[in-house]
Design a protein around this ligand. Sequence first.
Ligand SMILES: NC(=O)c1ccc[n+]([C@@H]2O[C@H](COP(=O)([O-])OP(=O)(O)OC[C@H]3O[C@@H](n4cnc5c(N)ncnc54)[C@H](O)[C@@H]3O)[C@@H](O)[C@H]2O)c1
Length: 342
Amino acid sequence: MDYQEYFKGKRVLVTGGAGAVGSNLVRRLLDLGSFVIVIDNLSSGHSWLLPEDTPNLLFIRGDITSDIDLKRAFNEEPEVVFHLAAFFANQNSVDYPEHDLNTNGLGTLKLLEYSRIYGKIERFVYASSGCSIYPSDAPMPYKEDLPPAVWLSSPYQITKMLGELYGNYYLKMYGIPFAKARFFNSFGPGEVPGQYRNVIPNFIYWAMLGKPLPITGTGEETRDFTYVGDIVDGLLRMGYMKEAVGEAFNLAAGREVKIRYLAEKVNELTENNAGIIFKERRKWDTKPTMLASNEKAKSILGFSPDLYFDRRLMETVEWFRNNWDKIKMSAEFGPGVSSAVR
Ligand SMILES: NC(=O)c1ccc[n+]([C@@H]2O[C@H](COP(=O)([O-])OP(=O)(O)OC[C@H]3O[C@@H](n4cnc5c(N)ncnc54)[C@H](O)[C@@H]3O)[C@@H](O)[C@H]2O)c1
C-alpha cells in the first residue's frame, strides 16, 4: 500500500483545518477518500477556505483548549491526527504571549492527552516550525540533528519547540506515534493576508491595492519558501510511513529566495508600479537568511518539492484574483498597520 491509498476511508482529525496549510491538507485528504474532522476556532482561519456540502467533512467550530470541543472531536474516533492549529505567528506571540502559550502549549498538550486516553491513534503528526526552532547562529542549511537552541527570539518559537518536547514525552512514555514536521515558510493558495501573516500574501495584497511593498531590512534577506502542496504531500507521507515515528523532517524546498526578488516579482505579476520601501528589521527577526536541508525527507520519505518558485507565485496571484472579494473581506490589518510579516 502506498501513503495515498492508506488514507482512503481513514478517519482523520485536522486541527486548524480552516487555516492556510490545513485547508489544503483537508482538500487533499477528501480527494483521497478520507473522512475528515476539522476542529478550528476560526481565529486566523476562514470557513470559506473549506469545501461546502461535502458529506465526508465534519467541521467543528471549536477550540483545542476546550474539553467540550475536544470530546466532540475525539467522539468521531479519529485514527490519524494532523495537529496544525496554532496561534500564528512571531509578531502575534510578541504582542500576545499568553494567548500563544495557551493555544500552542496547552492546546498541544491536551491533544496529546486526548490521543492517549482515546488510545486508537495510529499517527500524530505535529506541525512544527523549522523557521522557528533552529538557532539563529546554526550553520546552514539547517539539518534536523542540530542540538536544540538555548535561546529563541519569540514566544511562538518557544512554544513551537515546546510542542515537539511534549510530543517526544508522549511517544516515550505512552507510545503515541508522534512525528515532527518542520515546515519552512509555506506559501500558495489558501493564505489570507493580515497583520500577522507571512510576507507573500501580504505583498500580493498590497500590490493589488497599488501600494508600495515594505521590506523590513535590506532586501538581501532570504527565505526557503516552500509551496503549500509540497508541505501537504510531506505531511501525508509522515502520516503513513512508519519511519516518521519519533523523527523530525524538514519540509522545505531547500533553496533560498531573496526578499527583494520576491517584491519585484510580485510587483511585476500584479502590474503594480508603486515600487518598494524599506523599513527597519523587527527585533525578533534574528535570521537574515534561511535555508533548510531537505535531504532526510527526500531520502527517507521520498519527499520531492517543486522548485518552480515563479510559477507557484503566479498561481498564488491567480488565486488572489479569483477570490479577491472574499480576501478583501477577510484580511485583517489594524488601522495604520502596514509592515510586512515573514
Ligand atoms: N505557514 C507557515 O509558513 C508555517 C511555517 C512553520 C510552521 N507552521 C505551522 O503550521 C501550522 C499551520 O500554519 P498555517 O500557516 O496554516 O497557519 P494558520 O493560522 O492559517 O492556521 C492555523 C489554524 O488554527 C486555528 N486555530 C488557532 N488557534 C486555535 C485554537 N485555540 N483552537 C482551534 N483552532 C485554532 C486558526 O483559526 C487557523 O485556522 C501551524 O501550526 C504553524 O505554526 C506554519
